[in-house]
Design a protein around this ligand. Structure first.
Ligand SMILES: [Zn+2]
Length: 373
C-alpha cells in the first residue's frame, strides 16, 4: 500500500483502505491501527489534539469536529515528591476520551457517516454523543445497565439515544438493526491515534522530556497504548531520548491485564470471568479488545502493573479532592496504584499521574460496576 496513513491489522498484519468506514480487520476480525503517521510538526494555531494533525490520520482538515480541546495542564502534588498530575479531566466533556473521540468523529464525518453507534461504560459515550451533536451525526450509545446516573444523564443531554446492552445485544448488532455505522471507540484506530497526541503534549509541558514514569488507570488500556505509541514516535523521530516507563493500574476485582502481566501471558483470556464490582467503573473492563497490545506496551516500556482495592481507590480519590483536584474514582485508582507501587520500591522516580475524568461524573454516587458484562 502507498506511503501515508493506512490501516493495518495488529493481529494478522493485513492492510486496509482508510477511505470508507471500517472498525476491525476484514480478514481476521482483529483490531486495526493507523500506520504511517508522523509526530509533527505541531500546528501552534490550534490547541489540544489538533495541535498534532499529522498524528491523527485525517485527510481533510475541513472535517475536523472540535469542541475547543485544550492542552491539559500539569500540576505538582503539594506533598508527594516527584509526583505531578496531567489534568485531562479539564476537557470539553470532562474526560480524556474527548482527545480520541474528536478524531473518531472527524473521521466519521470525512467518511460521510450520518448515523453512528458506540458502546461505552459512560465517559466515551458522553464524549461521542457531544461530538456527534457538534457534527450533526445521529448517535446511539449502547451502555451496560450499571452505568452511573450522571453519565447516562450527560449522554442524553447531548441528544443521543441510550440503549441498554442487556436489552438489545452488542453494539454491532444494534448498528445493523438501525442501518447505522458501528464505530466503537475501543476498536477505533482513530480513537487510538487521537490518544497518541497525549505524548507530545506531556513532553512539551515537561520541558522537552518525559517523566520517568507515567501512571495510568487501565480498563481497555487504550490511553496507555496511545501514550506509549506517541512516545515511541517521538523517540524514533529523535525528539525524545528515553521512553517513560508505564505503570498500569487496575481494580482488584477486575484485572485481566494485571493477571496476564503477572503470569507472563502474551494476551488476556478470551473468555472473561465474571467477578465482583468496583467503584472505578471506568476500568471495569473484563475483555479488553487490545489486551495483547497493552501487555506488549507495558513490557516494552519496562513498566509494571499493580491492582488496587476499592478502599484504596476511595481514599486516593478523597486525597486528590482535598488538594483541589475533583477526580472520578477511576483516576483515584491511578494515585492509589502509584502509592502501592512505591511501597514496593517501584516507580520511585518522577511520576506523572494521569487524571482521566472529573468527579462531577459520579456526583450522584459511584455505582459499583460489574466486571463480566
Ligand atoms: Zn487481521
Amino acid at each position: 500500500m502507498a506511503a501515508g496513513p493506512f490501516l493495518r491489522c495488529t493481529r494478522c498484519g493485513s492492510e486496509h483502505s482508510d477511505r470508507e468506514p471500517i472498525w476491525h480487520c476484514l480478514r481476521c476480525g482483529g483490531p486495526l491501527e493507523v500506520s504511517g503517521l508522523l509526530p509533527g510538526p505541531a500546528d501552534d494555531r490550534r490547541s489540544g489534539v489538533w495541535q498534532y494533525p499529522s498524528m491523527t490520520g485525517l485527510h481533510d482538515a475541513r472535517t475536523i469536529v472540535s469542541l475547543g480541546e485544550q492542552s491539559a495542564p500539569i500540576v505538582p502534588d503539594p506533598v508527594l515528591e516527584g509526583v505531578s498530575y496531567h489534568l485531562q479531566q479539564l476537557s470539553p466533556t470532562g474526560s480524556y476520551k474527548d482527545r480520541g473521540v474528536s478524531v473518531l468523529v472527524s473521521k466519521a464525518k470525512e467518511w460521510g457517516v450520518r448515523s453512528l453507534v458506540e458502546d461505552s461504560s459512560g465517559n466515551a459515550g458522553a464524549s461521542v454523543a457531544a461530538y456527534c451533536a457538534a457534527a450533526g451525526i445521529k448517535a446511539t450509545i449502547v451502555v451496560p445497565a450499571a452505568t452511573s446516573a450522571g453519565k447516562r444523564a450527560q449522554i442524553s443531554a447531548f441528544g443521543a439515544e441510550i440503549v441498554l446492552s442487556r436489552d438489545r445485544g452488542t453494539a454491532a448488532t444494534v448498528a445493523a438493526e438501525l442501518d447505522a455505522t458501528y464505530l466503537g471507540h475501543n476498536w477505533s484506530p482513530y480513537f487510538l491515534a487521537g490518544l497518541t497526541t497525549t505524548a507530545p503534549e506531556i513532553v512539551a509541558r515537561s520541558g522537552g522530556r518525559a517523566p520517568q514514569w507515567i501512571v495510568l488507570p487501565v480498563g481497555a488500556g487504550t490511553l496507555l497504548l496511545g501514550v506509549h505509541r506517541g512516545m515511541k514516535m517521538l523517540a524514533e523521530a529523535g525528539h525524545l531520548a528515553e521512553l517513560p516507563r508505564l505503570l498500569a493500574v487496575q481494580a482488584e476485582s477486575c484485572a485481566p491485564i494485571a493477571d496476564a502481566w503477572r503470569t507472563g501471558a502474551p494476551d488476556v483470556p478470551a473468555v472473561p470471568v465474571s467477578r465482583p464490582v468496583s467503584v472505578a467503573e471506568g476500568i471495569a473492563v473484563p475483555a479488553p479488545v487490545r489486551g495483547a497490545e497493552v501487555l506488549a506496551a507495558i513490557r516494552e516500556s519496562n513498566g509494571a502493573c499493580v491492582t488496587v482495592g476499592d478502599a484504596g481507590i476511595t481514599a486516593a480519590t478523597r486525597r486528590l479532592a482535598l488538594q483541589g483536584i475533583f477526580a472520578e474514582p477511576t483516576s483515584g485508582a491511578a494515585l492509589a496504584g502509584l502509592q502501592k507501587a512505591r511501597t514496593r520500591g517501584t516507580a520511585t522516580g518522577s511520576a506523572l499521574v494521569v487524571i482521566t475524568g472529573t468527579g462531577l461524573k459520579t456526583l450522584g454516587g459511584a455505582t459499583p460496576a460489574g466486571c463480566g458484562r
